[in-house]
Structure formats: C-alpha cells, structure tokens
Design a protein. Structure first.
Length: 460
C-alpha cells in the first residue's frame, strides 16, 4: 500500500505558518524585555568600548539624547543608540527609572557594591522608595531620591505594586550520606555563594553537624546544604570527617544587625574577663569587639565626634583615630589597614579585634576551641624589648612608614631585638642591618622598667 504524500506547496505553507508564529513570539519577547533608558545630562558625552576611561572612544552623544540601558558594570552603563553600542559613565546619564522598590527592613545599609564586604554609603528606613536600576545576584543596584547610587540586599525590599514574598515551607530533609564530609572546627561560620569573602552570605553552619563536600576552589570547600543549595566555606575553618548527617540550615540575609554565633566570643584583658552591654560579633569571618569598653579598660581617653562619625582615643604618647565605615584608621598618623570596617551596633562602636587590642601596644590571642579572646597590654612602666614574626612574612623597611623602601623580608618565627620605637614602628637589627617593622604585624615582648632608687641621703 502506498503512503499518501503531502504536496510540496502544502509543506511550504506549513513551514511559513510555523516561522511566522516563531517570529511573532520573538517580537513579543523583545518588546516586553525593553531596557531602562537614560538621558544625557552634559553637552557632549563619550561612548567607550568598555567600562572605564582607559577604553577606546567609539562614539559621542549629545545632551538630552535618550539611550537604552542594556547592563551595568560598577559606575558604567552599557548603552544602545541606533547602531551605536558602548559604555557610558553614570556621571553623564540621568536614569529614567521604570520600577521602584520599597524598603521593608526597619533600618537598612546602602553599600558601594553588591555584598556586605563593601563600604556603607548610608542608610534607609522602612517605607523609603528607591529607584531600581539593575540586579546583581541577591542585590539590587538602586538610585535614592536625592540622587546617589548604591546597592541594597534584595531580601530587604519589595518591588512597588507587589506583595511581600511568602517564605516557602520546605519539606523535612532526609538524612544524606556520602563519601566525604566536613565539619566546622568550632562555633558558627558563614556559607558563601562563591569561593571568597567578597561573595555574599547565603547561610550559616555550626559545629553541631557535618556536611557533604563536593569540591574545592583554592582554600575554599564547596558543600551541599540540606535544602538543596550549594555554597562555599573557608577551608581553614573546617575539618574532614568520615561520616555525617545533614540537617536544615536557615538561610541568612544581610541586615544592619550582624548575626551572633551560638558561642559568643569571650574577652579577657590582662587575665580579667570583660563584660559588654553589646557583645562581640562575627562579620566576614572577623571578630568585632566593643571599642570604647576595651580602650577605656586600658586607660585611654575616648572621644566621639557625631558629625564625622569618628572615634578619637589617646593614651600617653599614642593617639588613635577611627571613622565608622573606613578601612584606614590611624595610630599616631600612620594608617593601620583593616579587613573589615568598624560599625555601629545598638549605639556602640564595634571594631576589628586585632586593631582594638594592638592599637595601644597590646598582644592579641584567639582560642578557636573555646571562642576566647585574650588581650595582654604592656604595663605603664614597661619597655619593648623584642619582636617576633608570627602571622606570615613581613617587610623590613628603611624608615617608620609604608612609604619607605623595603630592605628585606622577615620570615615567620624570627625574633629580633628592638633598638627604638616611633609612631607604632619598631627599629630592629638583622644580620648587621637595621630597619623598621610595623608594630601591628608582629608580636611585641615587654619588660618592666624598674625605677632605680637613689641612695638615701643621710642628714648631717
């Protein structure tokens, strides 16, 4: 029996109908995905081949010209105008906002980039309306009513005209067993979306449970979370175990209140336990401690300038200046760089542990097993006698500042006698060559300088 063949003309008609349908759907998708637009606010503005002034100029546009915004990269926008494609600085464009978001958190930080490790630019409060420019992961790039741009955690706002998202109820997690597991060495640590502290936090895990390890990138271990997500933890904060079970993990959202781990760090100063009305916290895997309480406990006079959000503390010949949100506090005019900035929590200034403990010449210790901080300060009549390199190689410089040339590199374990001290730097001698070492990158040994008593004067 011969099968019936469709005439060629009918096949052509079917093909044309299908093609037209696809084209219509595509056009509809393109129309609904229309980009935001910007208006040029200066006389003539350059369009460049990439996001930065070091890139080639590929065209120019004139004031009041409207361009389509395709994407963002830092403070640059990728634009399209007819056949012209390229990048323009946000300083020459006024963005036409097509969508607003409403702040749902009580008080929320605006940051300079999409993550809690970026500087705090300011704060907004519940109910504030912000212009939505773009999204980057779990963060929105926004424009405030007064004009400045910044980033805000997407979980702390909702798009205007929409209801607040419901929190999904997840089914119980069944115990999972694989060949390789890791466990937190002590306390609670962050789980991040990528292999590094620059990536946002997505959860916290503690030392009560173990988790399946599925890979490694550098010093970071990729793990499975019981809710189905994957994340990264710092390899130096975990240990490998042979077997483990998974339990539900509560997701973490960035907020102005830093989460306190179950085992809050305990601080001892010269053997005495300190108590605080605001306890120490962990942020970006760094311990932040109450600055005023510790500074005053070592005998420093602490002043607060509300207008500049700056702390100034003085003790003897040492003056410390620290501004909230800054990574560059100074000790006697010399910059002491920080990994994370100081912040205000419940009207108290919290700053990185090592900076607070060492700014006035103390030595800081950390016991991960007991979550204990120890700070040992020099006696008032003590003199510095030697330095020991303990936390990685450090530079030996020709003078007491980072602007001086590097003469040599000191290795871990080296102990050198101190010749003199200036502005937090110590002059030492190594193999017949003298140089200077920053006091905050080494351990300093002190000895009490006993006063010499004069012979008694016998009255005639």
């Amino acid at each position: 029996m011969r099968s019936k063949t469709i005439p060629f003309s009918n096949k052509g008609k079917i093909f044309i109908l299908v093609l037209c349908s696809l084209l219509a759907v595509t056009c509809l998708m393109i129309h609904t995905a229309k980009a935001d637009t910007g208006i040029v606010n200066t006389g003539v503005a350059n369009v460049r081949s990439g996001p930065g002034t070091n890139n080639e100029i590929v065209g120019t546009v004139y004031k009041d010209t409207e361009v389509d915004i395709l994407e963002t990269s830092g403070s640059w926008y990728k634009i399209k105008l007819g056949n012209l494609n390229g990048w323009m600085s946000d300083t020459v464009l006024d963005i036409k906002i097509s969508q607003n978001v409403i702040v749902t958190g009580e008080k929320v930080n605006l940051r300079s980039g999409p993550g809690t490790n970026y500087d705090i630019l300011g704060q907004v409060v519940k109910g504030d309306k912000l212009g939505l420019i773009s999204s980057e992961g779990d963060w929105f790039k926004i424009k405030t009513a007064s004009g400045p741009l910044g980033y805000i955690a997407a979980s702390l706002v909702q798009k205007e005209g929409t209801s607040a998202p419901e929190i999904p109820v997840k089914p119980p997690v069944v115990e999972q067993k694989t060949g390789k597991f890791i466990q937190v060495i002590s306390g609670s640590i962050n789980v991040r979306s990528g292999a590094g502290t620059a990536f946002p936090e997505i959860a916290k895990i503690n030392d009560n449970n173990s988790y399946s390890a599925i890979g490694q990138e550098g010093d970071w271990v990729k793990i499975n979370l019981p809710d189905g997500r994957t994340g990264y933890v710092a390899g130096w904060l975990v240990k490998e175990v042979t077997e483990g079970t998974s339990v539900p993990v509560a997701p973490t959202v960035p907020s102005v209140n830093t989460s306190v781990p179950p085992g809050t760090p305990v601080v001892y100063l010269n053997g005495q336990k300190l108590s605080f009305d605001v306890p120490p916290v962990i942020e970006n895997d760094r311990t932040l401690v109450p600055l005023r309480a510790i500074f005053e406990a070592v005998g420093a006079n602490v002043q607060w300038d509300q207008s500049t959000q700056t702390v100034k503390a003085a003790r003897g010949q040492t003056t410390v200046i620290l501004t909230i949100g800054s990574l560059k506090p100074t000790v006697n005019g010399q910059i002491w760089p920080l990994d994370v900035p100081a912040k205000i929590v419940k009207d108290r200034t919290l700053a990185p542990l090592r900076f607070v403990g060492e700014a006035f010449g103390g030595n800081v210790g950390w016991d991960a097993a007991s979550y204990t901080v120890t700070i040992e300060t020099k006696p008032d009549n003590a003199i510095a006698t030697s330095i020991t390199v303990s936390n990685g190689s450090v530079n030996l410089r020709s003078g007491p500042a980072t602007s001086y040339d590097t003469l040599d590199i000191l290795d871990v374990g080296e102990k050198l006698a101190i010749i003199s001290e200036r502005d937090g730097w110590y002059q030492v001698s190594r193999s017949g060559r003298s140089g200077w070492v920053a006091g905050w990158v080494v351990d300093v040994a002190w000895e009490e300088n006993e006063p010499v008593e004069d012979d008694p004067v016998i009255e005639p």
